[in-house]
Design a protein. Sequence first.
Length: 91
Amino acid sequence: MFKFLLLIAVIAGAYYGYRYLNRREAEKAAEKLRRESQQASGQDMASRAPVAQKPAQPASEDMVACPACGTYRPASAPACDTPGCSANKAA
Ligand SMILES: [Zn+2]
């Protein structure tokens, strides 16, 4: 009879121990997910910031329409690549 009770105790202990470990694993996984998502958003911002800061020129620049092809380009740009473009010929 004592062996039977001991067996039940061992099984119950294993069951609750398993549940306890499972819960801890789930919590760890959730924590890991949370950290990874935070890192991902951090990397997102880190990868976006340099792109936004990259242009050495001012953020806003006047655009001028090409007289020949009508394409708008920055005033500081040399000329458009359209063949036969007057701005291209001038340059
Ligand atoms: Zn042009």
